[in-house]
Design a protein around this ligand. Structure first.
Ligand code: GLY
Ligand code: MN
Ligand code: MN
Length: 272
């Protein structure tokens, strides 16, 4: 672990206030983008909305080049083109953050561009949302959070949730876990602060003290040749930013943007 990373990974009270500010700004920016996004026809327009909604709230710039991926392009984890046409039937994955006074947020939300989920899109989204909510609760209840423990828990939850959905059909637990790893080939978390993948020299296998900020970001990326046809070509990630709290548990820093599929529709003006 480098000396600088050791200093950066635990936030002072002033830094915690900066992280609360940037995460709230990032979440409000994402929510405002979702509320104007319905029926846009190109990923580029969403990029413009994020820039506008972030800067009008005081953000100096986006935290990193955002991922704005319609349909199957969401399955390319670092898809940065953000310039393809959107098909009215597809969902969009948006991974974006704000940079405010030197600190950054990192948030992902997914939504149907028409404001209406198909049955397959919604049931897969709910299966992933279940995993996300369980991970928030798990992290909150752990006496000492470790990112490596969250990663193991994510893989178990993904395997169980996708088996229940019918996306995974495996003969035993080991095969279930292997298939879950194929559907989500990335870690569940990284540290966050002045940079998006902050403090990379700090191990993810340590008990975290209070005032450490990190992401929780389970995902699912169903390839076009996946055995279960119904969900092919859908990619989702749900990403929030949290901090270990001095009073125990975790504090959710990005609560200002909803995750619930109907709440997302409400923002888009399409909830029934
Ligand atoms: N935005 C990059 C990541 O979520 O790790
Ligand atoms: Mn992240
Ligand atoms: Mn992200």
């Amino acid at each position: 672990m480098t000396h600088i990373d050791r200093q950066r990974v635990i936030k002072s009270e002033n830094e915690m206030d900066s992280m609360r500010d940037v995460c709230t700004t990032g979440a409000q920016t994402m929510a405002a983008m979702i509320s104007s996004v319905k029926d846009l026809q190109n990923e580029n327009a969403i990029c413009g909305l994020l820039e506008f909604e972030g800067r009008r709230r005081g953000s100096q710039m986006q935290a990193y080049p955002p991922v704005i991926a319609g349909g199957v392009r969401a399955n390319t984890i670092h898809y940065l083109d953000a310039n393809n046409d959107l098909n009215p039937n597809e969902t969009v994955l948006v991974d974006a953050g704000c940079d405010l006074n030197g600190y950054v947020s990192d948030i992902t939300r997914c939504f149907p561009i028409s404001g209406h989920w198909s049955d397959a899109q919604r049931s897969l989204y709910e299966a992933l949302l279940y995993v996300h909510e369980e991970l928030l609760t798990y992290a909150h209840n752990l006496e000492k959070v470790r990112l490596s423990a969250l990663f193991r828990r994510m893989n178990e939850l993904l395997a169980a949730s996708f088996t229940e959905l019918g996306l995974i059909r495996a003969k035993d637990n080991l095969e279930m876990l292997r298939m879950a790893e194929k559907l989500c080939p990335h870690h569940v978390s990284h540290y966050l602060g002045m940079d998006v993948h902050d403090c990379p020299s700090v191990s993810r296998d340590i008990d975290l003290p209070p005032n450490v900020v990190f992401t929780i970001e389970p995902g699912v990326y169903v390839p076009n040749d996946w055995p279960v046809a119904e969900f092919r070509g859908i990619g989702y990630r749900i990403e929030d930013d949290v901090a270990t709290s001095p009073s125990g548990g975790i504090e959710l820093l990005t609560a200002a943007v909803p995750r619930d599929p109907v709440e997302i529709q409400r923002l888009m003006g399409t909830a029934e």
